[in-house]
Design a protein around this ligand. Structure first.
Ligand code: CTP
Length: 402
């Protein structure tokens, strides 16, 4: 049976683009049921959506086209995904605060399916702290926010605020509806990126980790229904929408953030490359050349994963990475045992298509009981899903045990 997308259309000029979205979704085989606010009908007629979706369009909460059901409850129950596009500042405010005074916001309260919100408004309205706070509230509740694009706006301004392109929204919808939700109710902590150890106020020690593998893991876990915290060193990657982002700088900071998050977590995936050494002393002022050639004395940083894995409980699954340049499998196996892990993802970072900075990875999964699983060269998001498949296997095996 076709999956149902309930599309709530808000009263903004971008409402006309919602018709294109509705058309794309029906062409992709979804059953689309459209709800509109009264203001939305001033920009575009309900008949347009009815003709495209082949379903009645409801604007008035008190209008009950099917007497055997209560429309806003029945439609909410049918939804596999609730989409609000365009989401105006007013509608976002109502959704964040539980106000139910029109068909879209009333139905939204009865929906238990995931929610996708595509805002569209003037650049200053979007930047207003009230709107940003409301979006943050919705995001924290698990809604996926599809960021507006930049360009000329109907109000005459040029800036961020125009509704994301219908094709892009449709792609996110397809990804959300196609996902396996086998991590629903699980809390996943991921570490990513390098850490940075300061030498003086302008110089530091770090490494070449881009953070791509960890970010891919966070995104994949989110799409599979988990609540995700991503603890990351400095990277140039965009934040993962819907994930709790915790930025850190040094390995010591990363340890603190992981310790704070891990006791409530079901899963820890340590994809970060924390700096292993730091200067014994951090200089308060810039090191001057006139002072001669300096000698940098280093000391080890804490092992983040090793420290927290020592207190791992029987219900938790911990995954580590082993970035190696030789004897990868031996070193990987050693890390599995030494750091008290359930799985180690081993890769040789000297390979040009695996490791730092690239979008692909070639890894071997090393577990405790099974044979090593050597994966082919895959995009990092696919590697992420293979790792999560293993994590889900651990939980399934634990459930099967008497
Ligand atoms: N790791 C960590 N804290 C560190 C160093 C590493 O949590 N200070 C984690 C990494 O995120 C990875 C695993 O430990 O999941 C192995 O990292 P790797 O750099 O391969 O190994 P190291 O533990 O640093 O050991 P070695 O340098 O001997 O290879």
């Amino acid at each position: 049976m076709a999956q149902t997308v309930v599309l709530g259309v808000g009263g903004g000029i971008a409402a006309y683009k919602a018709a294109a979205l509705c058309s794309l979704l029906t062409k992709r085989g979804y059953s689309v049921e459209v709800l509109m606010t009264a203001n939305a009908t001033r920009f575009i007629q309900p008949l347009t959506f009815q003709s495209l979706s082949k379903h009645p369009v409801i604007v008035d909460t008190m209008n009950e086209p099917a007497p055997q059901e209560i429309a806003h409850i029945a439609i909410a129950d049918r939804a596999d995904l609730f989409v609000v596009a365009p989401a105006t500042a007013n509608l976002i405010g109502k959704l964040a605060n539980g106000i139910a005074d029109d068909m879209v916001s009333t139905t939204a309260l009865a929906v238990t399916a995931p929610m996708l919100i595509a805002p569209a408004m003037n650049v200053h309205m979007l930047a207003h702290p009230a709107v940003q706070m409301n979006l943050e509230v919705l995001r924290a509740r698990g809604a996926v926010i599809v960021d507006p694009g930049s360009g000329p706006l109907a109000c005459g301004y040029t800036g961020k605020g125009r509704l994301a392109e219908p094709e892009d929204i449709a792609d996110v919808i397809a990804a959300l509806l196609a996902r396996k939700v086998d991590l629903q109710g699980r809390s996943v902590v991921v570490t990513a990126g390098p850490t940075v150890e300061d030498i003086d106020p302008v110089r530091f020690l770090s490494n070449r980790s881009s953070g791509k593998m960890g970010y891919a893991l966070a995104e994949a876990a989110l799409l599979r229904g988990a609540t995700v915290t991503l603890i990351h060193g400095p990277t140039s990657l965009a934040p993962v929408v819907g994930v709790k982002m915790v930025p850190v700088r040094s390995t010591e900071d990363m340890l603190g953030a992981v310790q704070a998050a891990v006791s409530a977590a079901d899963v820890l995936i340590s994809a970060a490359a924390p700096a292993d050494f730091r200067p014994r002393e951090r200089l308060e002022h810039k090191w001057k050349k006139s002072g001669g050639t300096p000698t940098l004395e280093l000391e080890p940083t804490p092992d983040v994963l090793g420290t927290v894995a020592a207190n791992k409980t029987a219900n938790q699954v911990f995954v580590g990475f082993a970035a190696e340049t030789r004897q990868a499998l031996e070193y990987g196996r050693d890390k599995l045992v030494r750091k008290n892990l359930d799985l180690v993802v081993v890769n040789n970072v000297l390979e040009s298509d695996a490791g730092f900075g690239v979008d692909t990875n070639r890894v071997t999964l090393v577990g405790r009981d099974e044979a090593d699983e050597m994966l082919p060269l895959l995009p990092k998001h696919e590697v992420a899903n293979r790792i999560l498949d293993k994590v889900v296997d651990f939980f399934n095996q634990a459930n099967e045990q008497p």
